[in-house]
Design a protein around this ligand. Structure first.
Ligand SMILES: Nc1ncnc2c1ncn2[C@@H]1O[C@H](COP(=O)(O)OP(=O)(O)OP(=O)(O)O)[C@@H](O)[C@H]1O
Length: 255
């Protein structure tokens, strides 16, 4: 099936960094697929998302988006202006006005009914994430992009949020691209996982990635729990990684 987004050989630099933050990254996501990008802090996950959305200039490579692609984007929670006085109802109408009926329906759907009159600043972390998701769902997206959607949530909150994401995918057929640090939960919820450290260290099914030496080296003890979830039937290689790329400090794979 045709990809919703396909990127080839992406390299991206930020002002003031010597080395490109992303180096020779290939990416694609198909309709209804759940893809998760994992990697250490500063490994370029948010940069990849922003490059795929067309928010950043590329050093090299290209990003192709399906014509007219509808994207629902939930940026990192830290980027939301929490100090600004605004009700949930008003927030849902930015930038496009929505009807009361649609606002009610989407809040019901995301498990936070009746919050219309509440100030954004007064929401709990879990409620805020669901309101952000609600807003992203309003334009009936073919692709949902979630950058660390469960930051600050406790474990039951994280599990419940990913369950909601899976339900939304099942109901709407939307593909989902997530950045996450919640290795255990996210691995179970994903069709495909990409392990990023400036370049793609490993990529594949959760089973394959959780057993990959690069992933294990990167996440250490935390990865052991993930490994226990899966049987060991891994056979990945790094053939898709461009020759001569530079390893990040936590990347231990060999060629
Ligand atoms: N606007 C910017 N200007 C300069 N450098 C930036 C900018 N945005 C990100 N960087 C740098 O690029 C690198 C990758 O950042 P990015 O936010 O993509 O990483 P990340 O994997 O999403 O990290 P985290 O897990 O901490 O959110 C970091 O070293 C960061 O400091």
């Amino acid at each position: 099936m045709t990809a919703l987004i396909r990127a080839q050989d992406l390299s991206v630099s930020h002002a003031g960094t010597d080395l490109p933050v992303l180096r020779h990254v290939d990416f694609r996501i198909a309709p209804a697929e759940i893809v998760t990008v994992v990697g250490p802090n500063g490994s370029g996950k948010s940069t990849l998302v922003r490059a795929l959305l067309g928010h950043l200039a590329l050093d090299s490579g290209r990003v192709e988006r399906a014509p007219g692609l509808r994207i629902g984007y939930v940026p990192q929670r830290v980027n939301i202006e929490r100090a600004m006085p605004m009700t949930v109802r008003r927030f849902l109408s930015l930038p496009h006005r929505v009807s009361d009926a649609d606002a009610k329906a989407v809040l019901d759907r995301t498990g936070v009914p009746g919050l219309q009159a509440r100030q954004i600043t007064q929401l709990s972390g879990g409620q805020l994430q669901r309101v952000l998701l609600a807003r992203a769902l309003l334009n009936d997206p073919q692709l949902l992009v979630l950058d660390e959607p469960t930051q600050g949530l406790d474990q039951p909150g994280i599990v419940a949020f990913y369950k909601l994401i899976e339900e939304v995918r099942a109901e709407t057929g939307a593909a989902v691209l997530m950045v996450s640090h919640d290795l255990l939960v996210v691995m179970r919820a994903s069709d495909r996982v990409m392990c990023l450290n400036g370049h793609v260290c490993c990529e594949g099914t959760p089973q394959a990635v959780s057993a990959a030496p690069a992933y294990r080296a990167m996440f250490g003890a935390e990865s052991q729990g993930t490994l226990a979830l899966y049987q060991h039937h891994h056979d990945h290689d790094h053939d898709h990684v461009a020759e001569g790329h530079v390893h990040g400090p936590d990347c231990a794979h060999t060629h």
